[in-house]
Design a protein around this ligand. Structure first.
Ligand code: RUQ
Ligand code: CUA
Length: 653
């Protein structure tokens, strides 16, 4: 290029008159988001064994937030404050940890709409809803009759249901039986959770299925609306040495569930109501106090008694992921041990059902003939195919664990277009909207299991690495361009992304003090008070730049249980206050503007204990402190508190 032309082109580009072909920009230019500009996408990456969900900006790869879901989070008091403890309640009691796998955005007409994001917990089967106005976990439902909730939390295109299933089949109902009698006692359940009404998550029904390992799911859309698909492995029903014993058969199954049919059976009373106990935890917008509601039964559908509700599609070999193309016409299985990628046709499946092209039956579930449902087998794709996402242009991208790459292909023509490397051993991959009816495309993010030499070494434990690729040019003739290595938190299994322009305008800035319905709210400093009820002391405290009211408290005695109900009375965006008291066996609280949070404290020894704000909130943040005096249990000290030189205030006995 001649220098003068280069200059002219540069000014034309700068003036926004000409846009350069995307491949003409360097990776650094493509991921650089200058000060004053924001990222184009929010990306939500599960944290796996950290039990959380991380929020990144794309393309910069900046970590914006960690949302605690199934694990306590000392950073803001989630799971420690009295208002949030109940979120982690289960039928096994309070559980401070969970294993998050698959985030899934709520959808309208098959397109992510930015209302909520759901995510599953694998270990103690649960599903959570995160409200995307506040980026907070607001609801968690436990799933009974399940073990290892992995094929979850995938949504129907209208968010009517999200899915759950047993990855580990278990005795259903649970009982004390010899493990060797697996085949006799162990069963699986496929669960549909009603999810479109906040605060009212509910198990609509469970389908009782043979005791295999149900691994992943995705629901149909467009022509396949009304169906969801679940992979299974271990159809051998092994209970020991699964790496060999569950890899014997050439094909396992994808279970195709007709949930419309299930609804009919429920309406006709073809179900069994079974007694059990499971937790439904909800944190409403007004009180912001999480409460546990105990649910006591579920509806079971037995496939024999509801014909047409489930069919098995034979699928090679120990399939992991199952993904439905944006047009809803094809179902792609990722057979970990398979040498091909099987692409099933929904239309063929429906015809096979009509024409009864069955190869057998298990427990009332017809097995369809493989040839009758298979659209094609993508030959020699890669080694260890797992998961598939779509760019919305007719191309599928499948992650391949063993060969550490992503293969991309035309799924209708069954034609491979190319491969890109991953570093290393990719698990899930994500394209914004890539499992929806209308992918936004643009980026591809494979998320890897093994990092090795990608980043500076940090001892034996390394962050997982993701690789961001540009797929904005049609991959038919342009290879994806490598952009960035992303250091991830925990182990991201699946991820989701949505354009910032959908989400950012909805983001809530404060909680309105007026609307705060916490019974311990203190709306003004005049209302601050300390109330004793026997051995319980309730401190109604306010926080504002740069003091607490009260800031001196006397009359607490050893043996008291003190509840600090701290209301942040600021009404200004991004001005949280923290609260911590010396010796408290809990985390700090991080209180948002307009919010009330409660810290429980049992002082054990007489003395004077400081408390302070943990978030540097103003030039006088260091002055934002107070003292609480603790006297011996038998002390006759008057109960008093104050702020400033004024008299003792608002003591309520
Ligand atoms: S997993 S790497 Cu979704 Cu939990 Cu596949
Ligand atoms: Cu409030 Cu620092």
């Amino acid at each position: 290029m001649k220098p003068r032309f280069k200059l002219a082109l540069f000014s034309a580009v700068a003036a926004g008159l000409v846009s350069l072909p995307s491949q003409a920009q360097s990776p650094a230019e493509k991921v650089y988001v200058p000060h004053g500009k924001h990222d184009e996408f929010y990306a939500f990456l599960s944290g796996g064994y950290n039990g959380q969900l991380s929020v990144y900006g794309l393309p910069s790869g900046r970590l914006l937030k960690v949302i605690p879901v199934f694990s306590v989070f000392p950073m803001n008091g989630y799971g420690y404050s009295e208002e949030t403890k109940a979120m982690l309640m289960t039928s096994h009691g309070f559980i401070p940890w969970g294993d998050t796998h698959h985030p899934e955005l709520s959808q309208t007409n098959g397109v992510p709409d930015g209302r909520w994001i759901f995510i599953n917990e694998n270990n103690t089967p649960r599903v959570a809803r995160i409200d995307l106005k506040t980026f907070e976990t607001t609801e968690i439902i436990e799933i009974p009759f399940s073990g290892g909730n992995h094929a979850s939390a995938f949504t129907t295109p209208d968010t009517k249901y999200v899915t759950a299933a047993t990855r580990f089949s278990v005795p259903i109902p649970q009982k004390d039986v010899p493990i060797a009698e697996y085949k006799k006692y162990f069963k699986g359940t496929l669960t549909f959770i009603r999810a479109d009404k906040p605060g009212k998550m509910d198990i609509a029904f469970q389908i009782l299925v043979p005791g295999y390992d149900y691994d992943l799911a995705h629901c149909g859309k467009g022509p396949s609306y009304g169906w969801c698909f679940f992979t299974s492995y271990n159809t051998e029903q092994a209970h020991t040495l699964l790496e060999i014993n569950a890899s014997m058969k050439d094909k396992d199954y994808i279970a195709a569930v007709n949930w419309k049919r299930a609804e009919e059976c429920i309406a006709q009373g073809k179900y069994k109501e079974v007694k059990t106990k499971y937790a439904h935890n909800y944190r409403p917008e007004d009180t912001r106090i999480a409460r546990t509601e105990w649910k006591t039964s579920v509806k079971w559908i037995i496939p024999k008694e509801c014909p047409g509700v489930v069919y098995y599609l034979p699928t090679p070999k120990s399939p992991h992921g199952v993904d439905v193309t944006p047009d809803g016409k094809y179902i792609i299985g990722g057979g970990k041990l398979a040498t091909v990628i099987p692409i099933h046709s929904f239309e063929k499946m429906i015809n096979a059902i009509k024409n009864k092209q069955f190869a057998g039956e298990v427990e009332g579930i017809p097995i369809l003939k493989y040839e009758a449902v298979n659209h094609c087998e993508l030959p020699n794709p890669c080694l260890g195919p797992l998961h598939t996402e779509f760019d919305g242009r007719g191309h599928a991208f499948t992650s391949c664990f063993i060969s550490s790459d992503v293969v991309y292909y035309d799924y209708k023509k069954c034609k491979i277009l190319g491969h890109v490397p991953t570093y290393y051993s990719v698990g899930h991959l994500m394209i914004p909207g890539g499992d929806s009816a209308k992918p936004w495309g643009k980026y591809l993010l494979p998320m890897n299991k093994i990092t090795k030499d990608v980043f500076l070494p940090t001892g034996p434990e390394l962050p997982h690495a993701g690789q961001l690729y540009d797929i904005s040019a049609n991959v038919e003739n342009t290879k994806p361009q490598f952009l960035l290595d992303l250091a991830e938190l925990g182990e991201p299994h699946y991820a989701q992304a949505i354009p910032a322009k959908i989400l950012a305008p909805k983001s809530q800035k404060i909680f309105e003090l007026e609307k705060n319905k916490n019974p311990y709210v203190t709306r003004s400093e005049e209302e601050a008070k300390v109330v004793r009820k026997g051995n319980e002391v309730h401190v109604y405290m306010t926080a504002i730049r740069s003091h607490f009211v009260p800031d001196n408290i006397e009359g607490i005695k050893v043996g008291d249980t003190v509840y600090f109900h701290v209301t942040n009375i600021e009404q200004d965006w991004d001005i949280p206050h923290g609260f911590a008291v010396y010796g408290a066996k809990t985390s700090n609280l991080l209180i948002m503007p307009g919010e009330t949070l409660t810290l429980k404290w049992k002082p054990e020894k007489p003395g004077v204990y400081p408390y302070y704000c943990t978030d540097f909130c103003s030039a006088l943040h260091q002055e934002m402190q107070g003292y609480v005096r603790v006297s011996p249990a038998d002390a006759k000290l008057p109960f008093k508190f104050k702020y400033g030189t004024g008299d003792e205030m608002h003591i309520v006995k």
